[in-house]
Ligand binder design. Structure first.
Ligand SMILES: [Zn+2]
Ligand SMILES: [Zn+2]
Length: 343
C-alpha cells in the first residue's frame, strides 16, 4: 500500500510499504479521508518532540472496513466507519474515572498524547482497534466524518465541560479549526453572542460563515475594549482555542465576575501572569479540556447526522496522498482552515 512515512523532521516520503493484516481485535480500514491536525504538522516540522521515526501520522479519519481480526465482534468488512484516535483499555483508573484519553494502557492512532503510538491514516490502509470504531451515518460524507474527532474535542470542551447554555454570551479566542467548530456548536446550542477573537482578518471573515456574530482582530484593536463594547456586562464564557500564551492571558483579562473560562488551546509549557486574588474575587470558574472520549465521539456523530453541525464547512483544501507535502506546506499559510488528505 501507499503510505506517507515521516522518516525524520521535514522528511515525508510517500512510498510502498507492506499492507498491515487485521488480527485479534484490530480492523483494517481503507482510509477515505484524513484531516491534517496541527499536531501532525508539528511532528513534521520538528516542533513536537515526542515523535519516534519512522512513523505514519494522521488521526482524524474515516473509511471503510476491509478486513477484521478474529476478535472483532461488532463490525464487518464493508462497514463505513469513523475512527477515534484513542484506543483505551476500559479497565485502568483513568478509564474508569472517565478519562479514556489518558488511558494508562492505551494507544493513540497516528497522533499525540500517549506513549504508545500506532501507525496513522496518512496511508491507503490503517489498523484500528475495534474500541475506536464508530459507525458512519450514510448521509455524512467521508470528509466531514473525518472531522468528527476535532468536532468532538470542541463539543467536549464547550458543552460537556464548560456547559454553554442557551442565550449566553461567548468569546472564542482563536479562529482555527477548533475555534470554528466550537462556534458552529455554540450557534446551534443557542448562544446569544459568539465573538471570535483572532490575529488574522482572513480567518475572522471565514468565521462569519461558522456562526460568529462578531469578530475582533486583537492586533488592530484593544481586544478587551472591543469585547466589552459588544457585551457591556462581559462574557459568560471565554473559550481559549488559539493555543498561544497571550491568548490564555487575554482569556483571564476578559473575565467579569462569574465568567467561566476554558483553557482548551495551550498544550505547551510556559506561564502567564494571573492573580489568584483576582480569580477569587471574580469567582472565575475554570475548565480545561484535552482530546476526546467515546461519549463525545457519539454525540458529535449525532450532531452531524441530524445536520446540526456540518464539520465539512471548515475544509478549505484537499490534497491526494501523493501530494501530502503540499498539504503540509499549506499548514503554514494563513489563508486556510482544515486541510484534508484523500488517498
Ligand atoms: Zn487532531
Ligand atoms: Zn485504560
Amino acid at each position: 500500500m501507499k503510505a506517507a512515512v515521516l522518516e525524520a523532521v521535514k522528511r515525508l516520503s510517500v512510498k510502498d510499504v507492506p499492507t498491515p493484516k487485521a488480527a485479534g481485535s484490530m480492523a483494517l480500514v481503507r482510509v477515505k479521508a484524513c484531516g491534517i491536525c496541527m499536531t501532525d504538522y508539528k511532528a513534521f516540522s520538528g516542533d513536537r518532540t515526542n515523535v519516534s521515526f519512522p512513523t505514519i501520522c494522521g488521526h482524524e479519519f474515516a473509511g471503510v472496513i476491509e478486513q477484521v481480526g478474529e476478535g472483532v465482534r461488532f463490525f464487518s468488512p464493508g462497514d463505513e466507519v469513523i475512527c477515534a484516535p484513542v484506543a483505551n483499555c476500559g479497565v485502568c483508573a483513568e478509564c474508569r474515572n472517565g478519562f479514556a484519553q489518558y488511558c494508562k494502557n492505551g494507544a493513540v492512532i497516528g497522533g499525540d498524547g500517549m506513549q504508545n503510538v500506532l501507525d496513522g491514516a496518512f496511508a491507503e490502509y490503517t489498523l484500528v482497534p475495534e474500541v475506536a470504531l464508530f459507525r458512519k451515518p450514510k448521509k455524512v460524507s467521508f470528509e466531514a466524518a473525518a472531522l468528527t474527532e476535532p468536532l468532538a474535542g470542541s463539543y467536549k470542551g464547550l458543552i460537556e465541560y464548560s456547559q454553554l447554555k442557551i442565550t449566553e454570551d461567548l468569546v472564542i479566542i482563536g479562529a482555527g479549526s477548533m475555534g470554528l467548530l466550537a462556534a458552529m456548536i455554540a450557534q446551534r446550542a443557542g448562544a446569544n453572542t459568539v465573538i471570535l477573537v483572532d490575529v488574522s482578518d482572513w480567518r475572522l471573515e471565514f468565521s462569519k460563515k461558522c456562526g460568529a456574530t462578531h469578530t475582533v482582530n486583537s492586533t488592530k484593536v484593544n481586544a478587551k475594549k472591543a469585547v466589552y463594547g459588544i457585551v457591556p456586562n462581559g462574557p459568560d464564557l471565554v473559550f481559549e482555542a488559539a493555543g498561544a500564551l497571550p491568548a490564555a492571558q487575554l482569556m483571564f483579562e476578559l473575565c467579569r465576575r462569574g465568567t467561566r473560562v476554558n483553557e482548551f488551546g495551550v498544550t505547551t509549557e510556559g506561564s502567564i501572569q494571573v492573580s489568584p486574588a483576582t480569580i477569587h474575587w471574580l469567582e472565575t470558574r475554570m475548565d480545561a479540556s484535552f482530546s476526546v472520549y467515546p461519549r463525545v465521539m457519539q454525540q458529535s456523530i449525532r450532531l452531524q447526522e441530524k445536520g446540526f453541525v456540518d464539520a465539512g464547512k471548515i475544509i478549505t483544501h484537499r490534497f491526494p496522498l501523493d501530494r501530502i507535502d503540499d498539504g503540509m506546506a499549506m499548514m503554514q499559510q494563513e489563508e486556510r482552515v482544515k486541510v484534508v488528505v484523500t488517498p
